[in-house]
Design a protein around this ligand. Structure first.
Ligand code: ADP
Ligand code: MG
Length: 357
C-alpha cells in the first residue's frame, strides 16, 4: 500500500505545483493520474520515485515513511518518454541486469526476448519503450510509475503498447501508477482514475463510475470519447412540469420532481453523443425528446458516423451510422434520451443530482 498524506510540492522558484494531495493506492492496483498539461502529474510521480523531494506531507509505503529515503532504496521504477536508453548498446546491455537469466526473464516479460542482441538505435519507438520497461522490471520493483509513456507513439503503436502494458501488468502483479493526458488510454488500463486539476485531485473513481456519474463539469468534459455536448439552459417550471429550456429553443422535459424547486436556475445540460441519434417523433420511445436540427457536417469514422448539428453559433454532435449520413444543410430529427442527460450548476460547475433510470 502506497499512501500520500497532505503532500505538497513547492518548487525553488516559489511555485506550488501540488497542493495537499491525499491518495491511497493498494498493492497490485492500477491507478491512472489524468489531467491537463501542468496539472501536477509528473511532480506527483517524481516525488513518489524520489526524484523530487516532498515539501510537506507524508509518503508512506507499507506503513513506512519514505520522505527521506533515497531514490535507490525505494524499489520504484519510473518509465517516461525519455527512456534513458543507450542507443549504441544492445538491448541486453541496456537492460543491464546482474545476471543474464534475469535480463532474459525481464526481456521475455516485456516481449523483447528476440531483440536481446540488437542495438537500441535500430529499434522502433514502441520497441524502445518495451526495452525501457524490461530494464525497469529486471530490478523487480514493487511499484511501477509511468509518465505519459505513449505520448510520442502513433495511434496504432499506442494501441499495441496499451495491450502490452495490460499483459505485463497481469504477469507482474506490481502496483502501477500511470500518468496520462489521454483519458482514453487511462480508461482502458486503470482500475481507478484520479483526475488532477491545478495540483489537486478534483475527482477519483472507477472509469465506468466517472463516465456514468461525473461529479463536475470539468470531469464530464474530460471523460468520454467523443466529448459530451454541453448546452446552456434554464430550469423552467410550467405548473407541474419541469423543462430545461436551452438557448437555442429546445424544451427538454425532465421527470425529476426534485428539480421543481430549482426553477429559474441556470444550468449546463450535458448530452453524450452516444445518447442521442436520428429518430422521428413516431419511432422514438416516450422518454426521448425530439428536436429538429440542421446538419453542418457529417463525418465518417470507421463503423460510426458523427453528425455535427448546427446550434446557433455552436455545434451539437451525435453518433450515427454510415447508412444514415445526411448531407450538410439537410434537416434531421434528433432524439435525445432524457433519462441519460447530465445537469450541472452553471455557477458552481458541480453536478446537480438528477434521477436517472
Ligand atoms: P503535468 O505532468 O501534469 O503536466 P507537472 O508536474 O510537470 O505537470 O508540472 C506542474 C506545474 O509545475 C506546472 O505548472 C509546471 O510548469 C511546474 N513545474 C514543473 N517543474 C517545475 C520546476 N522544476 N520548477 C518550477 N515549476 C515547475
Ligand atoms: Mg508531465
Amino acid at each position: 500500500m502506497l499512501s500520500l498524506k497532505d503532500v505538497s510540492k513547492r518548487y525553488p522558484n516559489g511555485f506550488t505545483a501540488v497542493k495537499n494531495l491525499n491518495l491511497d493506492v493498494k498493492a497490485g492496483e492500477f491507478v491512472a493520474l489524468i489531467g491537463p498539461v501542468g496539472s501536477g502529474k509528473s511532480t506527483v510521480l517524481r516525488m513518489i520515485a524520489g526524484l523530487e523531494n516532498i515539501t510537506s506531507g507524508e509518503l508512506r509505503i507499507d506503513g513506512d515513511i519514505m520522505n527521506g529515503v533515497s531514490r535507490k532504496n525505494r524499489n520504484i521504477a519510473i518509465i517516461s518518454q525519455k527512456n534513458g536508453l543507450y542507443p549504441r548498446m544492445s538491448v541486453q546491455e541496456n537492460i543491464a541486469a546482474p545476471t543474464k537469466a534475469l535480463a532474459r526473464a525481464a526481456a521475455e516479460a516485456a516481449g523483447v526476448e528476440e531483440l536481446l542482441s540488437v542495438r537500441v538505435k535500430s529499434l522502433s519507438l514502441a520497441q524502445k519503450l518495451r526495452v525501457a520497461i524490461a530494464r525497469e522490471i529486471s530490478k523487480n520493483p514493487g511499484i511501477i510509475l509511468f509518465d505519459e509513456p505513449l505520448a510520442n507513439l502513433t495511434p496504432g503503436m499506442k494501441e499495441r503498447a496499451r495491450i502490452d502494458i495490460s499483459v505485463l501488468r497481469r504477469g507482474l502483479g506490481a502496483t502501477f501508477i500511470y500518468a496520462a493526458r489521454d483519458q482514453e488510454e487511462a480508461m482502458a488500463l486503470a482500475d481507478k482514475l484520479v483526475i488532477m486539476r491545478n495540483g489537486a485531485i478534483t475527482a477519483s473513481g472507477t472509469p465506468s463510475g466517472l463516465y456514468r456519474d461525473p461529479p463536475s463539469l470539468f470531469v464530464a468534459d474530460f471523460i468520454g470519447t467523443p466529448r459530451m455536448n454541453m448546452l446552456e439552459a434554464v430550469v423552467l417550471r410550467k405548473k407541474d412540469d419541469v423543462f430545461l429550456a436551452t438557448g437555442n429553443g429546445m424544451l427538454i422535459p425532465v421527470s425529476d420532481e426534485s428539480l421543481k424547486k430549482d426553477a429559474g436556475l441556470e444550468v449546463i445540460v450535458g448530452v453524450r453523443p452516444e445518447r442521442a441519434g436520428v429518430a422521428s417523433v413516431e419511432t422514438a420511445p416516450p422518454r426521448f425528446y425530439v428536436h429538429e436540427f440542421e446538419i453542418a457536417a457529417a463525418e465518417l469514422f470507421g463503423a460510426n458516423a458523427f453528425l455535427r448539428l448546427r446550434l446557433n453559433d455552436d455545434f451539437f454532435s451525435v453518433l450515427g451510422t454510415p447508412s444514415e449520413m445526411p448531407k450538410p444543410g439537410e434537416k434531421v430529427k434528433i432524439a435525445i434520451d432524457t433519462e441519460n442527460i447530465y445537469l450541472f450548476n452553471r455557477n458552481t460547475e458541480e453536478a446537480i443530482p438528477y434521477r436517472k433510470m
